[in-house]
Design a protein around this ligand. Structure first.
Ligand code: ADP
Length: 599
């Protein structure tokens, strides 16, 4: 619909209103003036008629009709008035203009009828005798007995009044036109006073919308418009302040994100990129600025990462994974993903943190290779040392008691060194295999039984009972020899760090998509402060005691690696003086790969 300007909407209405008002006033003025004229004329004629009546009365009482006619003619001529005296029978007794005998019956004239009836009468009409418009006023003339003697009539032409009225009409029209023109001009000024401030505020609002917040609306003359202008100015200032705060926050956020060493990738629910920082762009080999609002499939060309992002979007909990991105050069990255939630807790996308760990993994490989190589190199000399010492300790040799004791110490230490080297080699092998151990469906009861059997000798030495609680049909997808080794390490520790005659319980049970294997002892327990570091290589709670008991400091580290190779976790609960429980949680194989990577 075509919009009209407020100016053209208001002005015609004002004009119409003014025109109607002026017309009404003009008509009323005209009407009042003409009434006034007519009343004045009527009064004048009546006075003349009454004056004539005073003079006619004695003549009528004397019944001198010729004197009456003569009086009419004389006074009519003097006063330039038409006078007529009419008898009750309608005959004319005297007339200023004509001979009474020539005049027709006058009793039917409206003013005469009324006067003969006792009232004064008035009429305006065209006089055929004088051939012009006349006003007639007749008054009754009574004798002492109140009998009507005659009607005395005076008349004056209305031409003077007509001329006067015409002149007045012209004056009223001219006044109305002049007032109208003035009113029209005033209307334009008034309407402009309303529309001009509105125009200027509309212009200012458009400027504010375009971001010109320095523009100010000038003070207005009317209170309401001035308040409106003031409010608009304040609104623009606040808008300016809010926008600059927002932009500052945005720049700060950008600065923080772009100076992070980790790659940050934010994705909305429809898998479009919301934000990608500089490091993420470098890792993914794309320009972050050009990827905004692009589909994640365009920004991320690596199938394994796309798959991970999909999994994060569909998951309720944070996920973590190590991925290798095969591009110009292979990159190792560690990705952590979590669902982004709105204030109402609704999922609105995902946040992916990418960390380039290529260098780190390279260093780890170098270290692991070094340890493996050193262990290999040490294995041969230690084997021959062990062999020779055993030969020297055989019954073929007769040694002094002191010499035998030294040889036995050498044998013990060589054994210890050999155990450490074996553990280090096991760890190296596990590290190399990480994430790619062969798994197959195995009955857990068999695995637990074997592990307990292997520790039986050591347990019996300390009179420790090792019990087993495991459903016979419990099956999981695992690497049975590795899980067995982990259980052996845990049971050996439970035996080692318990007083004689205690009890160790090995339990296996299913818990949703997981199987839980626990080794519970009634041993010395571990202080809370050590729990976090327990699985580090060579970390011991009591080094002397561990050494004395033949520990290498690598047992739990090996357990942790085996658990990680299965995509599981290990938990420990312990109370000093009461005992410890180590629980291994492994995926039972019913879930896919990602569930095997709990964050
Ligand atoms: P170690 O060869 O010394 O036993 P581990 O890595 O197996 O090395 O264990 C690390 C340390 O954790 C041990 O030195 C010991 O102090 C503590 N530990 C492990 N298992 C237990 C347990 N069942 N009870 C008490 N302490 C334990």
């Amino acid at each position: 619909m075509k919009k009209r300007r407020l100016f053209w909407l208001l002005l015609p209405s004002y004009w119409v209103l003014m025109a109607v008002a002026i017309l009404v006033v003009a008509l009323y003025a005209y009407h009042s003036m003409s009434n006034l004229y007519f009343q004045a004329l009527e009064k004048d004629i009546r006075t003349r008629a009454l004056l004539l009546a005073d003079h006619v009365q004695p003549l009528m009482q004397a019944n001198d009709l010729s004197a009456v006619d003569a009086l009419c003619k004389r006074l009519g001529n003097d006063a330039r008035t038409r006078f007529t005296v009419i008898l009750p029978d309608g005959r004319v007794a005297g007339d200023s203009e004509k001979q009474p005998d020539d005049m027709e019956y006058h009793g039917d004239r409206p003013e005469i009828r009324q006067a003969l009836g006792g009232d004064s009468g008035i009429d305006n009409r065209y006089s055929r005798t004088l051939r012009q418009e006349m006003m007639y006023v007749a008054v009754p003339l009574r004798n002492d007995r109140h009998e009507t003697l005659c009607a005395v009539r005076a008349a004056l032409p209305m031409t003077a009044i007509q001329a006067e009225l015409n002149a007045m009409t012209k004056r009223v029209i001219v006044a109305a036109i002049l007032t109208g023109m003035l009113a029209f001009a005033v209307c334009i000024v008034v309407v402009r006073r309303i529309t001009t401030p509105l125009d200027s505020m509309g212009r200012a609002a458009r400027l504010f919308a375009e971001g010109e917040f320095n523009h100010r609306i000038a003070a207005q003359q009317t209170m309401e418009f001035d308040q409106l202008a003031e409010s608009l100015n304040t609104m623009s200032q606040q808008l300016n302040h809010t926008l600059s705060t927002l932009s500052e926050q945005r720049s700060e956020q950008e600065a923080v994100l772009s100076s992070m060493n980790d790659g940050v990738l934010a994705i909305d629910r429809r898998e479009r990129v919301i934000h990608m920082n500089r490091v993420a762009g470098e890792i993914l080999g794309v320009d972050p600025e050009r990827m905004k609002r692009d589909l994640v499939q365009q920004a991320v060309r690596f199938a394994n990462l796309q798959e991970f992002i999909k999994a994060v979007l569909g998951s309720q909990r944070p996920l973590s994974r190590d991925l290798s991105l095969v591009g110009q050069a292979e990159k190792q990255i560690q990705v952590n993903g979590t669902v982004l939630r709105s204030a109402e807790g609704e999922s609105i996308g995902a946040l992916i943190i990418l960390r380039d760990v290529t260098q780190l993994r390279h260093l780890e490989t170098v270290r692991s290779d070094f340890v493996a190589n050193v262990s290999h190199e040490l294995k041969t000399p230690i084997t021959s040392i062990k062999g020779f010492v055993e030969t020297l300790l055989s019954d073929d040799w007769k040694h002094e008691p002191g010499t035998r004791r030294f040889l036995e110490i050498i044998s013990q230490q060589a054994e210890r060194l050999n155990a450490i080297i074996d553990d280090l080699l096991t760890l190296s092998r596990l590290e190399q295999k990480e994430g790619q151990v062969m798994k197959e469906k195995s009955r857990l009861s068999g695995v637990v039984e074997n592990a307990i059997y292997l520790c039986q000798l050591q347990a019996q030495k300390k009179h420790i009972r090792v019990e087993m609680e495991c459903p016979a049909d419990l099956v999981a997808s695992i690497n049975a020899p590795l899980v067995e080794q982990a259980l052996v390490n845990l049971i050996i520790n439970a035996v080692k760090y318990s007083d004689p005659d205690k009890r160790v319980v090995v339990t296996a049970r299913e818990d949703g998509p997981w199987v839980k294997l626990s080794v519970e002892d009634e041993g010395f327990g571990i202080e809370r402060k050590h729990l976090d570091r327990l699985f580090e290589r060579f970390y011991r709670v009591d080094t002397a005691r561990s050494r004395k008991l033949g520990g290498t400091g690598l047992g739990l580290s090996i357990v942790k690696h085996i658990v990680q190779a299965h995509g599981g976790t290990i938990e420990v609960e312990s109370r000093v003086g009461h005992g410890s429980t180590f629980t291994v949680v492994l995926p039972n194989g019913a879930l896919g790969e990602l569930a095997a990577n709990p964050a």
